[in-house]
Design a protein around this ligand. Sequence first.
Ligand code: FDA
Length: 396
Amino acid sequence: MTGHYDVAIIGGGAAGLMCALTAGQRGKRVLVVDHANRVGKKILMSGGGRCNFTNTGTTPANFLSANPHFCKSALARYTPWHFIEMVERHRIAYHEKELGQLFCDISSKLIVKMLVDECHAAGVRIETSCSIERISHGEGENASFRLHTSHGAFAAPALVVASGGLSIPSMGASGFGYELARQFGHAVLPTRAGLVPLTLSGKHQERLADLSGVALPVTASCNGQSFSNFMLVTHRGISGPSILQISSYWQPGDDLRLDLLPGRDALEALQQWQHERPAAELKTVLGEVMPKRFAQRLCEVWLPNRPIKQFNLPQLREIADVLSNWPLVASGSEGYRTAEVTLGGVDTDELSSSTMQSRRVPGLYFIGEVVDVTGWLGGYNFQWAWASGHAAGMAV
Ligand code: FDA
């Protein structure tokens, strides 16, 4: 046996490091095992290298889960302000970009350094480039978990699974946590890519592909959810914050609608243009409120283009309907290769919402993205990682 610990944590990402430093500060002997060559790789690449580390407006409503109540307890006990306090204590400069999203001024490396420094100060041992061959669990009340790894064998009475989701396999993502959950009898809800660009196919793609790079504000709606922000046309489909957000609510076959004049009544706008600029063509007036090339394409494919005075009221109504309810048929998503998160995961039904401990196997915990709790775009996923990691770190 190479080592005996109070807590073994699988995964040195956001949730695992937070759990480790919290447990370490409580005097626990903590081991973190990660198969990647360094910890916190997703933190490093997050927020365009500046890590959108939390959102000051975090509420349970910003998360998707089969049980929307599950995240409440952990989020209430470890708030964005707790994390901000640590960031400030480490003198990391940050700013609010928009909508409560906090980013580092300089680099996400500082967030990883802060977490690792806190872990070291708390005596946490971190084993990187360490692959886990097998995990076993003895019988009885005080049985330990045994980790058989490429760095030897470790034993601990508490095992925390913080191995993340399936997004960005090149960054070390693996389905390990789901397999382990199943090994111990836990249900895993179907997983799929979230916060991901959507793809178009056939004529839908052909009509927009050459507009790749064009961005415009929209309100994207699907299955009762709406997000207002920019949409970006890509070579293969659509992206940008509004699309990434709505992608978590969309599945193939679902009706996706885009309001191309967000915040405006389209019919009123058309009538105003008809009154003020009767001789102007539709594509000209639209080209003044959205990118010209996009307005032109709309008027080639989806809308009739004539001087605006030539439209009667029913025709204006039809145009308004297309503008405020533009139906775009997405064929799929770019998948885990580019997704920011994985939806679904370890079913929360068999986890304690206050400690993240398994109700099936005492001493087993699941935290972070591997659990069926997924945040919106904007720092919410890290806040869940911090909060769930803290909850388990206080309980182990
Ligand atoms: P995380 O993925 O961070 O960590 C899991 C760890 O487990 C990894 O270190 C991995 O190597 C390790 N591991 C996996 N399998 C293993 C195995 N078999 N054995 C040992 N170790 C194993 N969120 C946000 O709030 N703000 C943001 O700005 C961004 N930006 C962003 C950009 C990009 C490109 C991506 C892909 C994602 C984001 N996110 C984000 C989402 C955020 O990164 C994510 O939700 C958290 O990192 C999840 O934290 P976890 O600790 O659960 O998993």
